[in-house]
Structure formats: structure tokens, C-alpha cells
Design a protein around this ligand. Structure first.
Ligand code: NAD
Length: 387
């Protein structure tokens, strides 16, 4: 059977996401397993080219992981005839430029979110993809999480009846960096460097809400910078100019035209009293479910207890025990790897990827409108984007 190799210039590979999720957890295991197999039996193998600014670091990573090709010259990698795909996990503020150059050079692109810092730029990227006809994919990793895959299956099976609401809780304590090093990069807390909770997470919430429930029609958000001063990677104190929490209410519309209210709290200044770092509860007329990264539990209408509010009596009912595990019924692999392999199959078969630059633009739009809603203290409509 035929074998084809896709060469991927991977930019930002020394970063947290680029290294851990994309190189180590996705592309290297895909290479290790001998690539992917298309329905016609063709094998598609991957060949990464590591791209970064620091030659020493990039070379060391290449050697450590037995990667033959590496470079510090992004421009050359983009224009190299051998490059099929340009991947970007570098800083958000540099992304639109890298993706534009890659698409103009006729390369397929796969990228971390957000695709741009402004809606105008994100829409320009989606337009450029239409003009160039390349295959473009944007990381929509949350939809590939086992917990959300199970949740989506419940929606598809009609488990919920009419869906009424979704509530999400995301976050954990990110250390300030003074006594204990922060577990996230400092640029995340500087607005001028593309940081901020709303910019970071609302693009995720847009595709999660679209992918599970329906289209986002309105947004009302309140953001906060709960921790105004932090310490960076070198131990220097800096002003946290970006929001570190965003409390959002989203008006949704299901494909059947039903309205659904979604509320999602996102915070890097919250301590976890949950089973997972993100959890979504969906309530419907016939059942409810709670999904995290891995687990999903559900409760049917017929199994719903009937609690009675009585502040004079201590609660004896064990509500958490009244939910049933939703089984995976399949082997669900790392979400980043699963989406990469779907994207590679799309590139090899010359077709669009379902999570594209237009979907990403809607995510950037939701972040932009969320910030505006908070600044102006009012609910805003989310208009449809046309290319
Ligand atoms: N999908 C997700 O769940 C998820 C999670 C976190 C971050 N992200 C996104 O991934 C991207 C990277 O985030 P991260 O947390 O890995 O950040 P990071 O700071 O760990 O990595 C950033 C990368 O960009 C490079 N870089 C930094 N400044 C640069 C400059 N001036 N010129 C060239 N390269 C530069 C760094 O060397 C590094 O390789 C961001 O766009 C972020 O929004 C996505």
C-alpha cells in the first residue's frame, strides 16, 4: 500500500503547549505508531521540523526526540518546498502574521488558538484560507476530551429532552510567583502581550457551546483582575494588566431553535473543590449530566430525587451518589493527538477540516464581545460572521 509523508514545520515548540501537547503527546506518538491509515489503505506518516528562536534549545529538543530537521529560520521553513504544513503554537500576538505568510506560500496550516488578537485579523485569516484553498485547522481540544465526547453523545441520543441550561466551572489557583513559581507563563497576565482569561478561554467556550449545544447569540460578561501584581519567570515583580477571571452568561440557540442559557465561570484565582479542573453541567427536561475532562455522569428524569428545602435539618441525602457513570465504549486517546490525526487525514485527502479558521474567528469574536460587555456593563448580541 502507498505511503505518504507530511512534513510539518512546528513553530513555538519550546513552549508549554507546543512541546508537551503537540510534539510529545501528538506528533511523536503518531510518528512512533507509523503514521495514520486512510480509508483507502494509504499510510500517512509525519515528519516534524522543529522551529524556534533559540538554536541551542531547539537542537537539544531535536536530539532528545530523534528529530532529524530543526531550524531557527521560520521564514525559510515556511517557504521550503518540502514543507506541507505550518503549525503554530508560539505567542498569540505573532500568530496572524505567521499563518498569513504560510497560507500565502500555499501551505496547509494547523494552529493553536486564538488565531488572532482582533476579530478583524481573525476574519482576514479565514478569508485568506478561502482564497488560497489550503486546509486549515484550529485546536478545538476540549471537544475531544473523553468527558465532552460522552456529553455530546448524550445530546445526540436525545438523553436530555429539551436542553434548558449549561453551567461550567473552570479554573484553579495560579501561584503569584513570589514564593512559589507560577505554573503558567507570565505573558498570560499581561494584556499588552496578548494575555487575559477572556482572550484565552472564551474562544474555547465558543466552540464547546457550539459543539455541545448550539450557536451563541448573546454574551454578558464581567471580568476581573483579582491578583494585580505577580512575579515573572525571572522572579521580577510585574503589574498583571490582564483579567485573571471572567464570569460569562451566554444566550444560546439549539439547532431546533430552542433557547438555552449557559453560564461559565473561568478563574485563575479560585481553589478547586470539584472533581476536575473544568466541569460542565447540562440540565434538560428528561435528564441532566455533568462532564469533566474524563468523566461524565448522568441522571435521568425517572431517577431524579425530590429534595425538599428545609434549613432546619442537616442534609443526609448523598446527591453525588445518585448519578450514573456514562461509559466511553471506545478507546478515547489524547484529545490533541486525536484532532491532529483527523486534520492530517483531511490534508492527505484534500478536504477542509471541520474546526477551521471561521470557527476560530467566532471564538475571537466572543472574547472581544465578552471584554466589551464587561467594559460597558451590558449584554451584547453576537452577530453571525460572513466571509
Ligand atoms: N489549547 C489550549 O488548551 C491552550 C492552552 C494554553 C495555551 N494555548 C495557546 O498556545 C499558545 C502558546 O501558549 P503557551 O502556554 O505554550 O506559551 P509559552 O510561553 O509556554 O510558549 C510560547 C512559545 O512562543 C515562543 N515565543 C515567545 N515569545 C516569542 C517571540 N517574541 N518571538 C518568537 N517566539 C516567541 C516561545 O519560545 C515558546 O516556544 C498561545 O497562543 C496560547 O493561547 C492553548
Amino acid at each position: 500500500m502507498a505511503t505518504r509523508t507530511l512534513r510539518i514545520a512546528m513553530n513555538g515548540i519550546t513552549g508549554r503547549m507546543g512541546y508537551r501537547q503537540h510534539l510529545v503527546r501528538s506528533i511523536l506518538p503518531t510518528r512512533e505508531q507509523g503514521g495514520i491509515t486512510l480509508p483507502d489503505g494509504t499510510t500517512v506518516q509525519v515528519e516534524p521540523v522543529l522551529v524556534g528562536r533559540n538554536a541551542e534549545k531547539v537542537e537539544a529538543l531535536a536530539r532528545q526526540h530523534d528529530v532529524e530537521h530543526w531550524t531557527t529560520d521560520l521564514e525559510q521553513a515556511i517557504h521550503d518546498d518540502a514543507t506541507d504544513i505550518v503549525f503554530d503554537a508560539s505567542m498569540t500576538s505573532l500568530r496572524a502574521d505567521t499563518l498569513s505568510r504560510a497560507m500565502k506560500a500555499g501551505k496547509h496550516v494547523y494552529t493553536e488558538k486564538p488565531t488572532a488578537e482582533t476579530l478583524a485579523e481573525a476574519v482576514d485569516l479565514a478569508r485568506l484560507r478561502e482564497e488560497t484553498g489550503v486546509t486549515a485547522g484550529v485546536v478545538h481540544d476540549k471537544l475531544y476530551l473523553p468527558g465532552l465526547v460522552k456529553l455530546r453523545r448524550l445530546v445526540d441520543e436525545g438523553f436530555f429532552g429539551r436542553i434548558l441550561s449549561l453551567r461550567g466551572e473552570f479554573g484553579y489557583w495560579v501561584f503569584e510567583g513570589e514564593h512559589q513559581a507560577a505554573q503558567r507563563p507570565s505573558w498570560n497576565y499581561r494584556k499588552q502581550d496578548g494575555g487575559g482569561m477572556t482572550v484565552d478561554m472564551f474562544c474555547h467556550w465558543n466552540y464547546v457551546l457550539e459543539g455541545i449545544i448550539g450557536t451563541v447569540r448573546t454574551v454578558s460578561a464581567q471580568t476581573a483582575t483579582h491578583i494585580p501584581v505577580r512575579w515573572d519567570e525571572r522572579g521580577d515583580v510585574y503589574d498583571a494588566t490582564a483579567d485573571d477571571a471572567a464570569y460569562g452568561i451566554f444566550g444560546l440557540e439549539t439547532p431546533a431553535g430552542d433557547p438555552v442559557v449557559a453560564q461559565i465561570n473561568s478563574s485563575w484565582a479560585v481553589r478547586v473543590h470539584r472533581d476536575e479542573l473544568v466541569e460542565f453541567q447540562v440540565d434538560g427536561t428528561h435528564g441532566s449530566a455533568v462532564a469533566g475532562l474524563f468523566r461524565c455522569v448522568a441522571q435521568q428524569r425517572a431517577h431524579t430525587p425530590k429534595p425538599v428545602w428545609n434549613p432546619d435539618l442537616p442534609t443526609t441525602e448523598r446527591f453525588r451518589d445518585q448519578w450514573l457513570d456514562v461509559p466511553a465504549n471506545a478507546e478515547l486517546q489524547n484529545g490533541f493527538k486525536a484532532q491532529w490525526e483527523e486534520f492530517l487525514a483531511d490534508v492527505a485527502q484534500g478536504r477542509p477540516h471541520r474546526f477551521d479558521l471561521l470557527s476560530a474567528a467566532r471564538g475571537v469574536q466572543l472574547a472581544e464581545l465578552g471584554l466589551r460587555s464587561s467594559d460597558e456593563g451590558r449584554r451584547l448580541d453576537v452577530p453571525a460572521i460572513t466571509l
